[in-house]
Design a protein around this ligand. Sequence first.
Ligand code: UDP
Ligand code: MN
Length: 632
Amino acid sequence: MFRRKFPQVLCIGLALVIVINLLLVFYTKGTLQNLVLGGLQRELHLPLSEWDRAVIKRLSQLEVNLQHLEESMKLAMKQQENVNNTLQKVKDEVHPVQKVAKAKTSDTEKHKSPKKLFPNSQLFKQWGEDLSEAQQKVAQDLFQKFGYNAYLSNQLPLNRTIPDTRHSRCLQKTYSPQLPSLSVVLIFMNEALSIIERAVTSVIHRTPSQLLKEIILVDDFSSNGELKVHLDGKIKLYNQKYPGLLTIVRHSERKGLAQARNTGWEAARADVVAILDAHIEVNVGWAEPILARIQEDRTVIVSPVFDKISFDTFKLNKYELAVDGFNWELWCRYDSLPKAWVDLRDVTAPVKSPSIMGILAANRIFLGEIGSLDGGMLTYGGENVELSLRVWQCGGKIEVLPCSRVAHLERYHKPYALDLSPFMKRNALRVAEIWMDEHKHMVYLAWNIPLQNSGIDYGDISSRVALREKLKCKTFDWYLKNVYPILKPIHSIVGYGRMKNTLDKNVCLDRGPVPGSTPIMHPCHKFNPQNVYYHLTGEFYIGQLIAEANTDDHCLTDPGSGEKPTLEPCSMAAKNGLHIYWDFKQGGAVVNRSTRRCLEIKNTSGAFVLVLQTCTTQVWEIQYTVGNWGSY
Ligand code: UDP
Ligand code: MN
């Protein structure tokens, strides 16, 4: 309880100190002014010396600063009061009958630790020990609404300090005084107001004011009420202080993140545009490396390095520098730093990167020339890979800048979708169809989608294909060889999808428990542990398709003895001569090419288990086939 009261006591104490300081400043300034102006100047007829002027200027500044501090303190106290009032209201609504008894019992209650109302909520796993029941309810409601701890965000200062996560060498860097101007775009959909304000505050405080031309907010049709009049009011206040700095553009229907970013880009007028999520706090010195690099080369699209703001505690976790990559489903991920960069031995040097994560900065005009973002992407995902392939294949480049750091709030859940995969899948097909040429089947395989008649409407791609032609872009094969050699497309897969034994079509071949290397039969579902890929060369991959240089897929293996098959890393298994090659045709037996044993199922205590045994008459079916393979 005291811990909760403590900020109030501190507030009052600080306010007193400020008032005394203000009086002191007024007094000292007045005396000095009298002395200097009235005394010395009038009596001796001397001009005001530089030193006197400086003293008066400094004191005036101090006065203004103290006034600002006082205003902030008043605001903080008012906010605290509002929070307390709201909480009290909620408490009263929740326990109306206990209201009178409360006053009597409150002294004893102080020492009891409050009951945990939401023991299973992720919000309270590492936070909220001291919250009263009413506070827990408010916090949990806000958590469900936003996917992060908006309760805590509403209490944290808008201009809070975050650790400077840059390498110490970044601090020694100097930049040209003539950098290009910057438009910052912040896109959002149902974000807590305090989060947006903190993002704006961080941009204002941590970007050199002569470079920051504007901040453009893009509202992708939020339904959250406080983002209407309240946000408009805040923008007005900011603009009173920084004339013309903030603008807001609102979508009149939900258009998804790619379109929201495009809307921001269209509204921007500075030389460089940085397009960010609105749940970020830019860190010190974030803008200069971006502006300097884009000034040097207008065709480079850059990404800052992200740090993570935890959704519950709002603490900052530093992320190590990495390059932005993606897998064949086109989900983003971090890859290790390229050798060429490591060999440079300059931790501040830009890192060539195959992709971006989403947040980006670019020369505004160049971003337009190259086609900004694909407005045909819906809701979430894919747009970052689409931009990346387009930039690389059509003459630009992508880099991560180690000295530019942005803290990004990682939400526990999204306010717009519980499951992002349907959007990811659909948008990934768009990328594959526009950019990936003869390797596009890899995306279908990874998502376990039939190559023909997928039933997925990825929209009209004709204008993007026309853009590709207009820009005379290189092939995806060129991109793989020159930019992202880690990805290894496979052309030998002839059957894929769920693998069922005709004895029981309710169970599917499954990669089994992880960690572990024992495949099993398991009731069929739609997730990738049950993806199976049969190669013309005889391998069966089981589980998520990897198809990469440094990570092995899992190969179905006959260990030679015992009745259980195993999963082994494919290339190692091949090197060591393990029995990973099988004969199989659609609707036929699965026979190991070297041991001649069959993969079959056996009913043990009412359930089917996977075994290797002398072949009986069992046959298997795989969900999808490629071309004419397997048709008799
Ligand atoms: N977003 C949007 N419209 C949508 C979905 C997302 O404007 O329909 C915005 C969202 O508010 C956020 C950005 O797109 O600013 C990226 O989404 P999110 O932060 O959920 O993704 P993450 O950063 O976790 O990948
Ligand atoms: Mn985000």
